[in-house]
Design a protein around this ligand. Structure first.
Ligand code: ASP
Length: 330
């Protein structure tokens, strides 16, 4: 049986970094293109080719990099059985969410992975992650996913939860798709494309995220609107609750000016339910949209994506409430 063909797409991150001095900061290394020698034995299982898209700390990645990645995957879709994206952990959940919207009807696995320690270090987690991400990319999971530690997570459902732990990612509102220990253990049915593959494009960058806190002035939202935001994700309390004093009115002023306001939650686990409390009912009555079970990363990139599609405000609101890529539905 011939080996499955995988394309490794390198974007940067700790996995390929080297420490400039000890204990100096980790920076993208010149040898990042040479991660393949560290997983040489893998070629007994799969045929690997690699390409370096960029070599950046993921905090420097931009929406145009998301589009570049998606474009490359789309262009090579017929040439490979799966794709492994090597990516810094810090913004991996944003890229994974963005890719899930861009790669509409994706028929093959796209697995993002990274590491907490560089691949050249003895105690690295990079080898484990790369090997298992590669195995995941040969499986029948036609989704944008994130492999980390011992789990394959839906990309637009995961979030980075630990600075330290090798189990750096969690998917609080959806079980992992696959778990691998001594055995490969499927945990949740993957999505299947329901239509033909289409590469999408376009992100609006005039967006903001506003984290609520006791005493936060509604003026903060006004300031975002005045400075040109076209969409704001309000990271509210609990089930999406906002303070009654001033906030529903500020949301009303924003939406009256055509600014889309999404209410998400500071809780990691569980879904926003507007209307459960008076404050969130008033927010909804003033035009706020609910993030439901979406992560902050998935809701923000969805807002950026939909604002970039040139939709009318009504059409955008309708699309936002729909499941585009498994960010809402199981
Ligand atoms: N700062 C790094 C990055 O996101 C962290 C990592 O790769 O884990 O690129």
């Amino acid at each position: 049986m011939s080996h499955k063909r995988l394309l490794f797409l390198h974007t940067g991150g700790t996995l390929g970094m080297t420490s400039r001095g000890d204990p100096g900061p980790l920076a993208p290394s010149a040898y990042a293109e040479d991660v393949l020698p560290f997983v040489r034995g893998l070629e007994e299982l799969v045929h690997i080719e690699g390409e370096v898209l960029c070599n950046l700390d993921s905090s420097d990645l931009l929406p145009r990099h998301w589009e570049g990645l998606a474009g490359l995957i789309a262009a090579r879709l017929d040439d490979y059985d799966g794709f492994v994206v090597l990516h810094g952990t810090d913004t991996m959940a944003y890229t994974a969410s963005a890719l899930s919207y861009l790669l509409d009807g994706l028929p093959k696995p796209v697995v993002l992975t990274g590491a907490q320690r560089p691949i050249a270090e003895l105690r690295t987690d990079a080898r484990n992650n790369l090997i298992h991400a590669s195995i995941s990319a040969t499986m029948d999971v036609p989704e944008v996913t994130v492999w980390f530690n011992d789990e394959l997570l839906r990309g637009n459902r995961c979030t980075k939860v630990s600075v330290q732990s090798y189990a750096a990612f969690a998917s609080p509102n959806l079980p992992p798709l696959v778990r691998m220990g001594a055995d490969v253990m499927p945990q949740h049915t993957p999505r299947r494309p329901t239509g033909p593959f289409r590469l999408r494009a376009g992100f609006c960058e005039d967006v903001a995220v506003l984290w609520l806190f006791p005493g936060a002035s509604p003026r903060l939202l006004d300031l975002m609107v005045e400075s040109g935001a076209r969409g704001v994700v309000l990271v509210a309390f609990g089930a999406g609750n906002v303070p009654l004093r001033g906030w529903p009115e500020a949301i009303g002023r924003a939406t009256a000016r055509g600014v889309q306001v999404v209410v998400n939650t500071q809780c990691v686990d569980g879904a926003v339910e507007l209307g459960r409390y008076e404050g969130s009912a008033a927010a909804e009555a003033n035009g706020a949209m609910s993030a439901g079970p979406m992560t902050i990363e998935a809701s923000l990139t969805k807002l950026m994506f939909l604002l970039g599609q040139g939709l009318s405000p009504e059409a955008l609101r309708a699309r936002f409430a729909e499941d585009l890529a498994g960010e809402l539905l199981p």
